[in-house]
Every structure is written in structure tokens, then in C-alpha cells.
Design a protein around this ligand. Sequence first.
Ligand SMILES: Nc1ncnc2c1ncn2[C@@H]1O[C@H](COP(=O)(O)OP(=O)(O)OP(=O)(O)O)[C@@H](O)[C@H]1O
Length: 339
Amino acid sequence: MSRDSDKDRLDDDQRDYATAAEQGDVMGEIDDPSGEKDLYPEAEVEPETRALEPRVSVVSEQPDAAAVPGADEDEFRWHTEARHAVEGVEDAVEFIDVHKAFGRNEVLRGLNLGIPEGKISMILGPSGTGKSVCIKHMVGLLYPDQGDILVHGESVPNMVDDDLFEMRKKFGVLFQDGALFGSMNLYDNVAFPLRQHTDKGEEEIADIVNRRLREVGLGSSNDKMPNELSGGMRKRAGFARALVLDPEIVLFDEPDSGLDPVRTALLCELIKEVHAENGGAYVVITHDIASARRVAEFIAVLWRGRIVESGPARDLFASENPFVRQFLSGESQGPLGME
Ligand SMILES: Nc1ncnc2c1ncn2[C@@H]1O[C@H](COP(=O)(O)OP(=O)(O)OP(=O)(O)O)[C@@H](O)[C@H]1O
């Protein structure tokens, strides 16, 4: 089955988000003026990256710098790719030697990463290093040029559209700004995925929506419109909406962006509480090391399109890798400069 572009993989839900964004109906301008662009992952893709067929991926056993065109030998010298496994835990998501370029911009350059089942994992790394691109591959919003992404053992790039649609039901996604529909009140925003993807009656929907809104501390804000909510409330509302379909995997794209330190701390607590209650694999993208200390059970440090090191949070915070140490302690001295 051929596809013309990454965009062809947007399912109806994503199309609805995209349509709303086109109509200026998605709340996003306040925290992140570029947030809407993220809903169009294909928008700036150069033509040669568009024609992507499902394929059996070529997986190299030993990624090495020489295998990456344009990479100098030293470029990956801090990338030990050491993976400290979490004992007895399977991976919910696996990246196997994934390469992704936009034109000449090679973003993922042989990414190998396992996201453990049942844990809160954080993907950390400098700006522009490919963290968002990484999570878009998990839900099939972007295709790899090479390599494979497995969700519960199933290859996402090789899925036919119907399977992809089903697979996406495993995911809840919290966008940076909550991605709420500006024309709907909070209740309808949170009810939206249930009305769209299930045949549940309004009574059952009300039970679920009210429970999820209470869970995130918005139990008395049903009638509020998104523009009446603070940035933190919008994120919590987006979190409630991400949870209504009981996802097995929840993705958070910089949930702490635009929040003050106290609201960030409260959101972190909320993520932990909700995870403890519901379980599943949570994947959080952040720059915020304090959030990582508070929440992360598993950490992967991404740089130059590859994992430098990954493992249980305590191992990473005790890492002797100079790059990991510099990044996790936020020091100016070390391998990472102002590039
Ligand atoms: N759809 C796209 N078309 C072209 N280039 C893209 C696209 N999406 C991402 N990129 C490029 O990929 C690179 C990585 O972007 P990404 O958003 O994944 O970084 P990030 O690590 O999440 O950064 P930040 O922490 O600043 O959010 C950037 O150079 C970006 O311009």
C-alpha cells in the first residue's frame, strides 16, 4: 500500500485537531506560538522525504559514527549508548536504529531506545535535538527513513492504516498547550475523544469526564471556556482529555513549558499520582531537570539524534558520562557548548 506523505497517516482525530488549528480554534498561541505547526509535522518536509513506503527495516547491529553520512568520528564520542535495563520490565516502545532527515537536516541518526512498560520515562536533551520528532514516530505521525519503531512489539511504520488507527487508541497525548478547542467548554473538550471514538452514551461519558476532571483538580470548571483558564489549568485539562480513553501509553510534550516553578511542581505531582492510580507507560519530554528529579523513573538523554545513555533515573543521575553529568547538573562547563 503506497502513501504520499507522512500526513496521510493522520487519523480522523488528528485531522480534527488539524482542522481546528486551521480555523484558529486550538488554544496554543499563549504558551507556544509555534505549537500549531507541530500539528502539521509534514508542513516543512522536503519532497524527497515524502514518498515513504512501508518497509522491512534494515537494522544495523552496531551503530557507529562512520555509518552516519557527514558525522565526524568524534561527534558521538560521548554516546556510550549504555542502556541500564529496568529489571524484569519489558519495553512498551522500542526504537531500533531509527534515522529521520528533513531534507539535509538529519535529526534522528541511528536512534536506539527502549521505553519501559509501567514506568514514567523522561526523554531529555538539548533544544532541537529531536525529542518531539521522536515521539511523533511513536504514534505514526512521522515515518522513519530507516529503522523501526515497535509499540508493544508491533512495527508502527509497517502498519496498514486500520491497524495504525487501532494502535493509536493505546495512546493519550498531552500537547504543550493542552491543544484545547477554543470554541468548546472544558467538559466538551474532554468528552470529545469519547464522542469521536466510542459509542458510549452521554450518561457514561459524563461519568468518565467528571471523574477525569476531578482527578486533575478541575471538577468545578466544566463550563469554563479555554480562554478563561490559566496555562496550568489548560495543561491539566489536556491531561484529563488524554486520559479519557484509558490509554496504555501517555505522551507529554514539554508539559512544564510556560509554567512557573510552583505550577510545574504541582503538575509533576499530578503526573505521579495519576500514574500511580492508572499505571501504563508515560513518556515525558522536558528540558527541566528539576521535573526529571521529581518524576522520572527512567531517563534517556538524547543528543545529535542518538541516545547518549539511558536507564533508571538514579543511575543516570549518578552517571560518570561527562555529557550526561553536564546536562543533568545544568553546568556550563562540559562537552555541550552553545551550538
Ligand atoms: N516537520 C518538520 N519538517 C522539517 N523539519 C522539522 C520538522 N519537525 C522537526 N523538524 C526539525 O527537526 C529538528 C528537531 O526538532 P524537535 O522539535 O524534535 O526538537 P526538540 O528536541 O523537541 O526541541 P525543543 O526542545 O526545542 O522542543 C529541528 O531542527 C526541527 O527544525
